[in-house]
Design a protein around this ligand. Structure first.
Ligand SMILES: Cc1cc2nc3c(=O)[nH]c(=O)nc-3n(C[C@H](O)[C@H](O)[C@H](O)COP(=O)(O)O)c2cc1C
Length: 174
């Protein structure tokens, strides 16, 4: 199983949660996990579509990792979807690149899980992440259970390390 972790954080040098998850993903995994800092690769927002498509083709599990910003992702992930998931590649005639791939979202939320409940017009985290689930469905990819870290700004070092361990397990689970 080859896993591709695409990290969409605008500034990892100022990140605690995503930086910790990314470091956990990068621990030696016999070369089976590729981790990329997409904002660092594309500081002007201009995505190398061919390179991204080739990487997706070379991996079985695609992980989209990002901090939750306004119940969504930082803008570069939307740009990545809009540019990389092309007609004729990801969908439409001969568009089968994601068929049978696995897609996992890994996100960190500043809010506690209690803020993501279906009460008082609220939404669960699964509902918040539904555009990604629908993207997976539309491209015939398999949707894996999202990996979510709540209260991402409150975690002490031990809790961050624990999140990193659980993330590695989720990334490597067959
Ligand atoms: C522009 C912006 C929007 C945010 N929107 C949300 C949000 O909708 N829900 C939430 O739970 N946290 C929200 N947060 C908090 C971030 O999710 C939190 O800062 C992040 O998970 C921390 O991860 P990091 O240490 O990797 O930066 C927002 C933060 C920023 C800067």
């Amino acid at each position: 199983m080859k896993t591709l972790v695409l990290v969409f954080h605008p500034d990892l040098s100022r990140s605690r949660a995503n930086a910790a998850l990314m470091a956990a993903a990068q621990q030696d995994t016999d070369g089976n996990v590729t981790v990329r800092d997409e904002y660092a690769l594309y500081p002007n927002g201009k995505i190398d579509v061919a390179a991204e498509q080739q990487l997706v083709e070379q991996h079985d599990r695609i992980v989209l990792q990002f901090p939750l910003y306004w119940y969504s992702a930082p803008a570069l992930l939307k740009e990545w979807e809009d540019k990389v998931l092309e007609y004729g590649w990801a969908y439409g005639t001969d568009g089968e690149a994601l068929t049978a791939k696995q897609i996992m979202v890994a996100t960190t939320a500043g809010g506690p899980e209690s803020e993501y409940q279906p009460v008082d017009d609220g939404a669960t985290i699964d509902e918040v992440l539904s555009p990604y689930r629908m993207m997976a469905r539309y491209t015939h990819a398999m949707w894996l259970k999202p990996f979510v870290v709540f209260e991402s700004m409150e975690l002490d070092d031990a809790a961050l390390a624990d999140a990193g361990r659980r993330y590695r397990e989720a990334l490597l689970a067959e």
